[in-house]
Design a protein. Structure first.
Length: 205
């Protein structure tokens, strides 16, 4: 797996991460889902994005069963410090949410989890791994490409009826549309974002 990582610096980071005192935890039980959700709330707040309610993830777990898997890193204190919620569809393992708090990124938790997700995909017979979408700027994109990901364009369009038929219109993301509001949301206390966010998310996205 490490040899398949295209960027030499990323290979070095993966090797270092595997020497850290993390324990990999794999499953989709209620406790692990709750640990994932706590990290998810923190990450969504830092993004300035209202989170999904917990029942949304519970419904996904119920609908997809064992193909919905959480792969997490637990530190020496027993605390989950990063997690990825994956879904297997046919022979592809899909990264749906990857959450690592900012203060743990410097400790290479992301590389540790990414390695074990790849290992999980191989041992469970998946032929490919979808790393998830991101903008073609910043550290997230560099991380995925450096780990061997191959970029595929994701087009966002809607079709509007015009006098001569339908015309294709590029759609702005909610992040672009609500950029100033997102900056304010990221500064609100968790008591507000964690409780009000799930109630308003469906009206925003």
């Amino acid at each position: 797996i490490i040899d398949s990582v295209s960027d030499s610096r990323k290979r070095s980071y993966v090797r270092k991460s595997l020497k850290e005192s993390y324990e990999v935890v794999i499953g989709n039980d209620s406790k692990l889902l709750s640990d994932f959700y706590a990290l998810y709330l923190d990450k969504m707040r830092s993004f300035g994005t209202p989170p999904h309610p917990f029942r949304y993830f519970s419904a996904i777990r119920k609908a997809f069963g064992d193909t919905c898997t959480i792969i997490a890193a637990r530190d020496s204190k027993g605390e989950v410090v990063g997690a990825m919620l994956c879904m297997g569809i046919t022979r592809m393992l899909n990264s749906m949410w990857f959450v690592v708090p900012a203060d743990h990124l410097k400790n290479l938790v992301g590389y540790f989890i990414e390695y074990h997700v790849m290992e999980y995909a191989i041992t469970h017979g998946y032929s490919s791994f979808n790393m998830g979408r991101c903008e073609k700027i910043g550290g997230n994109y560099d991380f995925k490409v450096g780990m061997g990901g191959k970029p595929v364009p994701l087009y966002r369009y809607k079709f509007e009826l015009a006098s001569d038929g339908y015309k294709c219109v590029e759609v702005r993301t909610s992040k672009e549309k609500y950029r100033s509001q997102a900056q304010v949301w990221a500064k609100l206390p968790p008591l507000i974002t964690d409780n009000i966010g799930p109630l308003i998310r469906k009206w925003v996205y």
